[in-house]
Design a protein around this ligand. Structure first.
Ligand SMILES: [Zn+2]
Length: 226
């Protein structure tokens, strides 16, 4: 990730605060970002929305702590396995949002019934186990299930999203939960009409503009900054 470390740390703390403010993370969940020299910046083993810049820790590629006072999260292996399997991934969010657990329990992936879901149109595979990802073997299985997608749902547990920068990670993290919420809202009303592949592809092409997340991010930042 080509950002000075201090700016990256500030942004990671802000992203965590926004996710907590929006109610998609609670005492659990974690955010990491890839650094140079096979290092990883990570929120420590504490409620992510309560993390200050001084709490952030730096890990090696296998999850061993190199710097910082806090301890690595119990599910760090999920992050290290994904970084090893996906050189394109620069940051990862793992969380336990209720809406993701509800949708994953039905065995359905996220359906694109709203524009906020188009980034997930290539699929949101389900990792079919509720067991926490506490070792490399399980981490590799989650990475394998994620494949080349941007999100994976974990049955009975939550979800994990991957992105190329923290702005995109925040957007995907919020939009995945919002998409799940819409799916849950629409389900009792009857069959739903989903966006076509062509519609999703046309919309995700527009999403590649460099300033595409600006208005979205500005709104959420303004909600947590006085
Ligand atoms: Zn978890």
């Amino acid at each position: 990730m080509i950002e000075p470390l201090d700016a990256l740390k500030d942004k990671m703390v802000m992203v965590a605060k926004i996710l907590q403010h929006q109610g998609v993370i609670d005492g659990y969940g974690h955010i990491t970002a890839r650094l140079s020299n096979n290092r990883i910046l990570s929120t420590p083993h504490m409620p992510p929305g309560k993390v200050a810049v001084r709490d952030l820790i730096i890990l090696d590629a296998d999850g061993k702590k190199l710097e910082g006072f806090g301890e690595p999260n119990g599910e760090t292996a999920m992050h290290t396995s994904i970084y090893k399997a996906r050189p394109d991934v620069q940051c990862i969010l793992h969380y336990h949002a209720d809406e993701l657990v509800a949708v994953a329990a039905t065995g359905q992936e996220i359906k694109v019934i709203s524009n906020c879901g188009v980034q997930f149109h290539r699929g949101t595979p389900i990792y079919d186990s509720p067991v926490l990802i506490r070792n490399e073997q399980l981490g590799d299985k989650v990475a394998q299930t994620l494949g080349d997608k941007v999100a994976v749902l974990l049955r009975g547990h939550g979800g994990t999203v991957v992105a190329t920068n923290l702005d995109q990670l925040l957007r995907l993290g919020l939009d995945l939960v919002r998409s799940a919420k819409l799916q849950i809202m629409a389900a009792p009303l009857g069959p739903v009409k989903v966006h076509s592949k062509e519609e999703c592809e046309a919309m995700t092409r527009i999403e590649t503009r460099p300033d595409v997340h600006r208005r979205f991010i500005d709104y959420y930042v303004s909600e947590v900054v006085d």
